[in-house]
Design a protein around this ligand. Structure first.
Ligand code: HEM
Length: 350
């Protein structure tokens, strides 16, 4: 052993053997296919968001008086500021899409069933945190749409029965948008929500390590044959590395070809003719337009609650009814509704 290695070994008494054991978790063979291992993709994109976010925070100034000008400076004057901002924006879009795709893979393969119910609930909390990160980030730019997006978001929070007023005040730091609001969004976006995401991820991954990934039997595999596995390190890391590199190329190309733009500055006195949130809230926005505010908010709360409780609801359906495959049809109906409402909102002005 070299003297340097011995020096470290004396101070951090972890052997190479122990490290190998920790990283050599055998994973089922189907994880060689990227779409079964989609969980690693949002984790990678979250890292991209942290790095680009920290660099943006060097120039961003979180107050209503300075935010817009600082974003303009990042976009037009700071060296590679436009590129970092665009990477952060495209990274957010890809991260949200990757979380949704990962959740769909978990759902349609039934990987949320016993004993993984708690990890599904942790996953749902990861989804909510990721969406909140997207919402608060959108509000930071202080352009017309981010200002009015924040106002609409706060009104929706205010419409929640019983706790609505409290939630709106906590979000805005007062009755309406005021000088305390933007710093609040910034603290949520840059500290509270990423911190929560990291903690949730630690629990998510720890549970996956303890339980292992769900074993799957495919139609072409003979019954009774022992399941094939391969090592997490380095084999699975290669898959993640290739996906990471491919994503970096795509993100770089998109950031260069379709860079983040800057709309007109927020004007609290003029409501824009068309208010649109980011694409990932199109579905909720269209839902809101279809019903009265109370019906839309209460039904959304009910749908989110059902999603959290899905492993137990699914268990009841499978035990008490003859529709063992109901989850597949409910999932397909849910996914089609999501796509239809998103497209609808995307294609019409109002
Ligand atoms: C930031 C978001 C998330 C990250 C980084 C993440 C990460 C991961 C990773 C790395 C795995 C290992 C297997 C795989 O790659 O598929 C996994 C599995 C799992 N995830 Fe996530 N996840 C996230 C969000 C979610 C969401 C939204 C749900 C569902 C509501 C969820 C539920 C699960 C479950 C139940 C498993 C176990 C799957 C199995 O045993 O086959 N995760 N996650």
């Amino acid at each position: 052993m070299s003297r340097l290695a011995a020096w470290f070994q004396e101070r951090i008494p972890v052997s190479g053997e122990q490290l190998r054991e920790l990283t050599n978790e055998p994973v089922p063979n189907h994880l060689k296919k990227w779409w079964f291992a989609l969980g690693g993709t949002p984790a990678y994109l979250f890292t991209v968001q942290i790095v680009t976010g920290i660099l943006l925070a060097v120039y961003y100034q979180p107050s209503a008086a300075t935010a817009y000008e600082s974003v303009r400076y990042i976009t037009e004057e700071a060296a590679f500021g436009w590129f970092l901002r665009s990477l952060h924006k495209w990274g957010a879009t890809f991260m949200i899409a990757a979380v949704i795709l990962h959740q769909m893979r978990v759902y349609f393969t039934g990987a949320y069933r016993k004993p993984r119910e708690i990890n599904w609930v942790i996953g749902m909390s990861l989804l909510m945190t990721t969406l909140m990160l997207g919402f608060t980030g959108y509000c930071l730019v202080y352009e017309q749409l981010s200002y009015w997006g924040a106002a609409v978001g706060a009104n929706i929070a205010g419409g929640v029965p019983v706790v609505g007023d409290f939630m709106r005040e906590m979000l805005l730091g007062g009755e309406g948008y005021n000088p305390r609001t933007l710093p609040r969004f910034f603290i949520l976006h840059a500290a509270v929500l990423p911190g929560a995401l990291v903690l949730l991820l630690i629990v998510h991954i720890a549970i996956i390590r303890m339980q292992g990934v769900t074993e799957m039997r495919f139609e072409n595999e003979p019954e009774g044959e022992e399941k094939k596995t391969f090592n997490f390190f380095p084999d699975h890391m290669y898959t993640e590395l290739i996906v990471g590199l491919a994503l970096m190329v795509i993100l770089t190309a998109l950031s260069t070809l379709v860079p983040a733009t800057l709309g007109p500055k927020a004007d609290p006195l003029t409501t824009p003719e068309i208010i649109k949130p980011e694409w990932f809230f199109y579905v909720a926005f269209r839902w809101l337009k279809l019903f009265s505010a109370t019906v839309a908010i209460v039904s959304t709360g009910f749908i989110v609650f059902t999603m959290f409780a899905w492993p137990w609801i699914d268990d009841l359906i499978r035990k008490k009814t003859r529709f063992a495959d109901a989850s597949i049809w409910i999932g397909i109906a849910g996914a089609l509704t999501l796509i239809a409402l998103t497209l609808w909102e995307a294609l019409v002005a109002h």
